[in-house]
Design a protein around this ligand. Structure first.
Ligand code: ADP
Ligand code: MG
Length: 287
């Protein structure tokens, strides 16, 4: 049975915007040794601004239109940002045969013409040679019918409280902080350095994130626990693989909120240290 004061701990957490789905998770939280983060939408805002448009065979406007249309059905932060940058009403009736490929991008038919919008891996997959981009940022390539049309460079910002969130975890006794991302090495290492993370692994597909978490689970010591924090876009499998799955409740997908043990209602990574503090206080009363 769950000791009565656990309800106090859960109540205190919920008043702080931290939804804990059961008393047992308070015990796991108190022993958090390794915290693994997803990047986009978790440590960064997940709101990308277009910083450059480099069309090859078409106009800038056309490149952005094709990208925004092909992305019309996706929930990925990149898709939302491209639609926002396009700024016009999107007639989703022009878009058919949509296929979203996790860690790659999307393929769709726009006005009956096949279009691929995504990263290097997607271009390889559709067999189109792309032009490298030397700017720091996430490069979104656009190809159609086997031809390269150009790319759009977008960039995200770290969340205001992310630096403090990482240092607070260290202060709470968390031994290791890690970031996993499907984004490029340049972008991943830049974010990790800004935040002072201990480790970063880039260019990962969803299955690669699961493998990393499995390797990190083996690095735990004593009764230490591993927490994974994500927004759930493509990372529901890792959320359930970790000892503790923590999801962002605002930007997060329904699947993530479902798969998570703890939900941060306001998407603030600093709430993880707050949750650990509450769990330790609660256990001091109980143990
Ligand atoms: P993260 O690990 O940062 O959360 P994801 O695993 O969701 O990122 O995506 C990894 C990479 O795959 C992105 O940086 C992007 O290059 C590409 N990608 C994924 N989804 C899309 C999409 N809908 N449109 C364009 N590119 C995408
Ligand atoms: Mg993600």
């Amino acid at each position: 049975s769950v000791p009565l004061s656990f309800f106090g701990g859960i109540g205190g957490a919920s008043r702080a915007g931290i939804l804990v789905k059961g008393g047992n998770y308070l015990e796991v939280l108190a022993d958090t040794e390794i915290v693994v983060f997803d990047k986009t939408g978790t440590l960064t805002k997940g709101v990308f601004n277009v910083t450059a448009i480099h069309p090859g065979e078409c106009s800038e406007e056309r490149l952005l239109e094709l990208a925004a249309l092909a992305e019309s059905y996706s929930d990925h932060p990149i898709s939302r940002s491209l639609r926002e940058a396009y700024g016009r009403e999107i007639d989703a009736g022009r878009v058919t045969d949509v296929e979203e490929i996790a860690g790659h991008g999307v393929r769709a038919e726009v006005d009956g013409i096949p279009v691929a919008v995504g990263n290097d891996k997607l271009m390889e997959r559709v067999g189109v040679e792309w032009h490298p981009c030397h700017r720091v940022g996430t490069t979104v390539h656009v190809a159609s019918e086997g031809r390269y049309l150009g790319h759009i460079v977008i960039s995200d910002e770290v969340k205001e409280d992310a630096v403090q969130a990482i240092s607070a975890l260290k202060a709470m006794g968390v031994r290791k902080t890690v970031m996993l991302t499907g984004d490029t090495r340049a972008v991943g290492e830049d974010v990790a350095a800004r935040l002072g993370l201990d480790e970063v692994h880039t260019q990962l597909l969803p299955a690669g994130k699961v493998e990393r978490v499995e390797a990190l689970l083996k690095e735990k010591t004593g009764r230490g626990k591993l927490a994974f924090v994500g927004d759930g876009i493509n990372d529901a499998p890792v959320l359930s693989r970790a000892d503790l799955g923590i999801a962002m409740g605002g930007l997060g997908s329904d699947a993530a909120i479902e798969a998570a043990d703890i939900v941060l209602m306001d998407d603030k990574p600093s709430k993880i240290a707050a949750a650990i503090r509450i769990s330790k206080q609660t256990l001091r009363i109980v143990r």
